[in-house]
Design a protein around this ligand. Sequence first.
Ligand code: DX5
Ligand code: ZN
Length: 224
Amino acid sequence: MSPMRLPEPGTVQIAPSILSADFARLADEIAQVVDAGVRMVHLDVMDGHFVPNLTIGPPVVKWIRKCTGAVLDTHLMITEPQTYAERFVEAGSDHITFHIETVDEPEAFVQHLRDLGVTVGVTLNPETPAEAVRDVARLCDMVLVMTVHPGFGGQAFIDAAARKCTALREWLGPDIRIEVDGGIDATTAPRVVGYGADTLVAGNAIFGQADRKAAIEDIRRAIR
Ligand code: DX5
Ligand code: ZN
């Protein structure tokens, strides 16, 4: 099956991060957010090197692929994305985002990912300036602005990092998605949309609530 494309530009999308979900009931957790109308599911891949935490690899993505048709938005928080990206694509990832801090020749890597048939995102840590992705982001479908230090769910939103969205939106125009990740909830969502973000990752704010559908509705209502 060929990879799914990202939702059309100009629409605000909520991408629940399964990092805060119950991994023993993943299919049901994903079904709940897809029933609530989300079109993207955010998968956090951590290697214990780039970030001080470990999560999932291609075997888990393979089983997630079998249980949903949502876009699998795969965020690689790993030191060697070039070594592993293809395995995630083979497992069923539709979209791959890599960290600018981990790749010496990002333009060539973007092309490699495109050749694999997926859409591409580049991301940057809170302390990395927006200028670091200015050129390569134009070649991508999405830029992900980290609004916490990557590694864990449930951290406090860093407003100074989110403000990078404003410059990026000005440089990139309306057709490239700007995603934010970390500390997004019904309070911070309107702020980041005001800065120019159109793709909102939320882990704890959704899977930390008993009623996932209501939690998604709360965020939607806040940005309407
Ligand atoms: C953090 C991950 C996030 C995380 C966000 O390193 O990249 O995707 O799940 O979690 P919340 O929404 O709980 O801050
Ligand atoms: Zn993430």
